[in-house]
Design a protein. Structure first.
Length: 115
């Protein structure tokens, strides 16, 4: 009985599954990393907004830091404003786009009261 041939066949069957799992872990890790990055940047945006900076000044500050974030502001009513910070992330793992849209949009939002 040839045990080397059996081990080679098992390795060839397991290798694509292992590579897919490794790439999926990297992509999901990038999603979590960029989510945390957006949360941190949103804290800065909220602080700038509370310091009465204009929407254009905040947007220029984001571009000055060379971030590819998209800032959106919505006035829901006369009492609150909602800030959205968005970023698109390209998924590189083949087949993972069946679970997540490609590009995957990461969005962070805050609702602030007018003072």
């Amino acid at each position: 009985m040839n045990k080397k041939g059996q081990a080679l066949v098992e390795f060839v069957i397991i290798l694509p599954i292992f590579i897919f799992m490794l790439l999926a872990i990297i992509d999901i890790g990038k999603m979590i990393y960029f989510q945390n990055e957006l949360e941190s940047e949103m804290s800065n945006v909220v602080e700038m907004y509370k310091n009465k900076k204009s929407y254009q000044d905040i947007e220029n500050e984001l571009k000055l830091n060379e971030n590819d974030f998209e800032l959106e502001m919505k006035n829901e009513n006369n009492e609150t404003v909602t800030l959205y910070l968005k970023r698109n992330l390209e998924i590189v793992t083949p087949g993972l786009s069946l679970l997540f849209p490609n590009p995957y949009q990461i969005t962070v939002s805050r609702v602030l009261n007018y003072e």
